[in-house]
Write a protein that binds this ligand. Sequence first.
Ligand code: CA
Length: 223
Amino acid sequence: MSTILIVEDEERIASFVEKGLRSAGHQTVVARDGATGLAIAEAGACDLVVLDIGLPGMDGWEVLERLRGSGSTLPVIMLTARDSVHDTVTGLESGANDYVTKPFQFAELLARIRLRLREEQGPSAQAPHRIEVTDVVLDLRTRRVEVAGAEVSLTAREFTLLQVLMEHPGQVLSREQLLGQVWDTDFDPRSNVVDVFVRTLRRKIGADRIETVRGMGYRFVRE
Ligand code: CA
Protein backbone atom coordinates (compact mmCIF):
# COMPACT_ATOMS: atom_id res chain seq x y z
CA MET A 1 0.00 0.00 0.00
CA SER A 2 1.31 3.41 -0.91
CA THR A 3 0.76 6.73 0.79
CA ILE A 4 -0.13 9.55 -1.56
CA LEU A 5 0.26 13.16 -0.55
CA ILE A 6 -2.35 15.45 -2.10
CA VAL A 7 -1.35 19.12 -2.06
CA GLU A 8 -4.50 20.96 -3.07
CA ASP A 9 -6.26 23.95 -1.53
CA GLU A 10 -9.59 23.32 -3.21
CA GLU A 11 -11.54 21.24 -0.75
CA ARG A 12 -13.79 19.71 -3.40
CA ILE A 13 -10.93 18.45 -5.56
CA ALA A 14 -8.83 17.31 -2.60
CA SER A 15 -11.66 15.23 -1.18
CA PHE A 16 -12.60 13.81 -4.59
CA VAL A 17 -9.02 12.67 -5.16
CA GLU A 18 -8.70 11.42 -1.59
CA LYS A 19 -11.85 9.32 -1.74
CA GLY A 20 -10.87 7.80 -5.05
CA LEU A 21 -7.37 6.92 -3.90
CA ARG A 22 -8.63 5.37 -0.68
CA SER A 23 -11.09 3.19 -2.47
CA ALA A 24 -8.22 2.15 -4.77
CA GLY A 25 -6.41 0.93 -1.65
CA HIS A 26 -3.98 3.80 -1.04
CA GLN A 27 -3.40 5.80 2.09
CA THR A 28 -3.70 9.54 1.72
CA VAL A 29 -2.47 12.71 3.35
CA VAL A 30 -3.86 16.09 2.34
CA ALA A 31 -2.02 19.40 2.63
CA ARG A 32 -3.93 22.60 1.92
CA ASP A 33 -0.93 24.80 1.20
CA GLY A 34 2.50 24.49 -0.35
CA ALA A 35 4.62 24.89 2.77
CA THR A 36 2.78 22.10 4.59
CA GLY A 37 2.95 19.87 1.54
CA LEU A 38 6.66 20.45 1.18
CA ALA A 39 7.27 19.65 4.85
CA ILE A 40 5.38 16.35 4.59
CA ALA A 41 7.14 15.38 1.36
CA GLU A 42 10.57 16.23 2.78
CA ALA A 43 9.84 14.28 5.93
CA GLY A 44 9.56 11.18 3.73
CA ALA A 45 6.00 10.54 4.88
CA CYS A 46 4.65 9.67 1.43
CA ASP A 47 5.47 7.64 -1.70
CA LEU A 48 4.10 10.03 -4.30
CA VAL A 49 2.86 13.61 -4.48
CA VAL A 50 -0.14 14.95 -6.37
CA LEU A 51 0.71 18.62 -6.49
CA ASP A 52 -1.60 21.44 -7.50
CA ILE A 53 0.01 24.48 -9.07
CA GLY A 54 -2.29 27.21 -7.78
CA LEU A 55 -1.76 27.15 -4.02
CA PRO A 56 -1.86 29.89 -1.39
CA GLY A 57 1.55 31.16 -0.35
CA MET A 58 4.14 28.90 -1.92
CA ASP A 59 2.77 27.69 -5.27
CA GLY A 60 3.23 24.25 -6.80
CA TRP A 61 6.25 25.27 -8.89
CA GLU A 62 8.08 26.49 -5.85
CA VAL A 63 7.21 23.37 -3.87
CA LEU A 64 8.56 21.24 -6.70
CA GLU A 65 11.70 23.33 -7.06
CA ARG A 66 12.47 23.18 -3.37
CA LEU A 67 11.71 19.50 -3.15
CA ARG A 68 14.07 18.69 -6.03
CA GLY A 69 16.56 21.18 -4.61
CA SER A 70 16.70 19.13 -1.44
CA GLY A 71 17.60 16.06 -3.50
CA SER A 72 14.23 14.33 -3.27
CA THR A 73 13.36 11.93 -6.07
CA LEU A 74 9.76 11.42 -4.96
CA PRO A 75 7.47 11.01 -7.93
CA VAL A 76 5.41 14.17 -8.44
CA ILE A 77 2.32 14.52 -10.58
CA MET A 78 1.28 18.12 -11.16
CA LEU A 79 -2.33 19.22 -11.39
CA THR A 80 -2.60 22.12 -13.75
CA ALA A 81 -5.64 24.17 -14.57
CA ARG A 82 -3.80 25.82 -17.39
CA ASP A 83 -3.69 23.63 -20.40
CA SER A 84 -0.66 25.20 -21.95
CA VAL A 85 2.43 23.74 -23.52
CA HIS A 86 4.52 26.26 -21.63
CA ASP A 87 3.39 25.03 -18.19
CA THR A 88 3.87 21.43 -19.13
CA VAL A 89 7.35 21.95 -20.44
CA THR A 90 8.31 24.06 -17.44
CA GLY A 91 6.90 21.44 -15.12
CA LEU A 92 8.71 18.53 -16.67
CA GLU A 93 11.94 20.52 -16.84
CA SER A 94 11.74 21.43 -13.20
CA GLY A 95 11.39 17.82 -12.20
CA ALA A 96 7.72 16.85 -12.34
CA ASN A 97 7.26 13.25 -13.41
CA ASP A 98 3.90 13.83 -15.00
CA TYR A 99 0.97 16.20 -15.06
CA VAL A 100 -2.79 16.05 -15.35
CA THR A 101 -4.81 18.95 -16.65
CA LYS A 102 -7.89 20.06 -14.73
CA PRO A 103 -10.67 19.14 -15.09
CA PHE A 104 -9.59 15.51 -15.15
CA GLN A 105 -11.20 12.12 -14.86
CA PHE A 106 -10.17 10.33 -11.70
CA ALA A 107 -9.32 7.20 -13.69
CA GLU A 108 -6.74 9.15 -15.66
CA LEU A 109 -5.04 10.42 -12.52
CA LEU A 110 -5.10 6.96 -10.97
CA ALA A 111 -3.54 5.39 -14.06
CA ARG A 112 -0.69 7.90 -13.94
CA ILE A 113 -0.18 7.39 -10.24
CA ARG A 114 0.01 3.64 -10.69
CA LEU A 115 2.47 3.98 -13.52
CA ARG A 116 4.75 6.28 -11.51
CA LEU A 117 4.61 4.05 -8.45
CA ARG A 118 5.60 1.06 -10.56
CA GLU A 119 8.49 2.94 -12.13
CA GLU A 120 9.59 4.04 -8.70
CA GLN A 121 9.74 0.49 -7.46
CA GLY A 122 12.16 -0.27 -10.28
CA PRO A 123 12.50 -3.28 -12.55
CA SER A 124 13.02 -5.78 -9.74
CA ALA A 125 9.68 -4.86 -8.22
CA GLN A 126 8.00 -5.13 -11.59
CA ALA A 127 8.72 -8.82 -11.79
CA PRO A 128 6.43 -10.36 -9.18
CA HIS A 129 3.22 -10.26 -11.13
CA ARG A 130 2.77 -13.89 -10.28
CA ILE A 131 2.78 -15.75 -7.03
CA GLU A 132 3.24 -19.46 -7.36
CA VAL A 133 3.17 -21.93 -4.48
CA THR A 134 2.89 -25.64 -5.26
CA ASP A 135 0.35 -25.81 -8.10
CA VAL A 136 -1.55 -22.66 -7.16
CA VAL A 137 -0.75 -19.67 -9.37
CA LEU A 138 -1.96 -16.10 -8.81
CA ASP A 139 -1.59 -13.56 -11.56
CA LEU A 140 -1.67 -10.19 -9.81
CA ARG A 141 -2.26 -8.21 -12.97
CA THR A 142 -5.12 -10.18 -14.43
CA ARG A 143 -6.34 -11.32 -10.99
CA ARG A 144 -6.68 -14.85 -12.33
CA VAL A 145 -6.15 -17.90 -10.23
CA GLU A 146 -5.15 -21.33 -11.43
CA VAL A 147 -5.15 -24.46 -9.36
CA ALA A 148 -3.46 -27.48 -10.94
CA GLY A 149 -3.82 -25.80 -14.33
CA ALA A 150 -7.55 -25.10 -14.03
CA GLU A 151 -8.89 -21.60 -13.60
CA VAL A 152 -10.77 -20.90 -10.38
CA SER A 153 -13.08 -17.95 -9.98
CA LEU A 154 -12.66 -15.91 -6.79
CA THR A 155 -14.24 -12.71 -5.54
CA ALA A 156 -11.96 -9.71 -5.02
CA ARG A 157 -11.81 -10.29 -1.28
CA GLU A 158 -11.12 -14.00 -1.62
CA PHE A 159 -8.34 -13.18 -4.05
CA THR A 160 -6.73 -10.75 -1.61
CA LEU A 161 -6.98 -13.24 1.24
CA LEU A 162 -5.37 -15.94 -0.89
CA GLN A 163 -2.67 -13.50 -2.00
CA VAL A 164 -1.78 -12.59 1.58
CA LEU A 165 -1.62 -16.24 2.60
CA MET A 166 0.47 -17.17 -0.43
CA GLU A 167 2.90 -14.29 0.12
CA HIS A 168 3.85 -16.06 3.36
CA PRO A 169 3.84 -19.75 2.46
CA GLY A 170 4.38 -22.04 5.42
CA GLN A 171 3.94 -19.17 7.85
CA VAL A 172 1.09 -18.94 10.35
CA LEU A 173 -0.96 -15.77 9.99
CA SER A 174 -3.31 -14.88 12.81
CA ARG A 175 -6.92 -13.86 12.27
CA GLU A 176 -5.98 -10.35 13.40
CA GLN A 177 -3.19 -10.14 10.82
CA LEU A 178 -5.48 -11.37 8.10
CA LEU A 179 -8.26 -9.01 9.16
CA GLY A 180 -5.83 -6.12 9.11
CA GLN A 181 -4.41 -6.93 5.69
CA VAL A 182 -7.52 -8.07 3.88
CA TRP A 183 -10.28 -6.11 5.62
CA ASP A 184 -10.31 -2.76 7.37
CA THR A 185 -7.98 -2.68 10.34
CA ASP A 186 -10.80 -1.47 12.57
CA PHE A 187 -12.86 -4.57 11.83
CA ASP A 188 -14.04 -6.24 15.03
CA PRO A 189 -11.32 -8.81 15.86
CA ARG A 190 -13.94 -11.15 17.29
CA SER A 191 -15.62 -11.36 13.93
CA ASN A 192 -15.53 -14.76 12.26
CA VAL A 193 -15.29 -13.28 8.79
CA VAL A 194 -11.79 -14.73 8.27
CA ASP A 195 -12.98 -18.24 9.08
CA VAL A 196 -15.94 -17.88 6.75
CA PHE A 197 -13.71 -16.75 3.89
CA VAL A 198 -11.12 -19.44 4.54
CA ARG A 199 -13.90 -22.02 4.36
CA THR A 200 -15.03 -20.67 0.99
CA LEU A 201 -11.46 -20.53 -0.29
CA ARG A 202 -10.87 -24.12 0.75
CA ARG A 203 -13.95 -25.19 -1.14
CA LYS A 204 -12.69 -23.44 -4.26
CA ILE A 205 -8.98 -24.29 -4.22
CA GLY A 206 -8.87 -27.52 -2.22
CA ALA A 207 -9.28 -27.96 1.53
CA ASP A 208 -5.78 -29.26 2.26
CA ARG A 209 -4.00 -26.18 0.92
CA ILE A 210 -4.85 -23.97 3.88
CA GLU A 211 -4.04 -25.45 7.24
CA THR A 212 -5.67 -24.39 10.53
CA VAL A 213 -3.16 -23.96 13.33
CA ARG A 214 -5.23 -24.22 16.48
CA GLY A 215 -5.32 -21.09 18.56
CA MET A 216 -2.96 -19.33 16.17
CA GLY A 217 -4.42 -18.91 12.74
CA TYR A 218 -3.97 -20.14 9.21
CA ARG A 219 -1.08 -21.25 7.08
CA PHE A 220 -0.78 -21.76 3.34
CA VAL A 221 0.73 -25.21 2.88
CA ARG A 222 4.09 -25.08 1.11
CA GLU A 223 4.50 -28.66 0.03
CA1 CA B 1 -5.64 25.28 -6.35
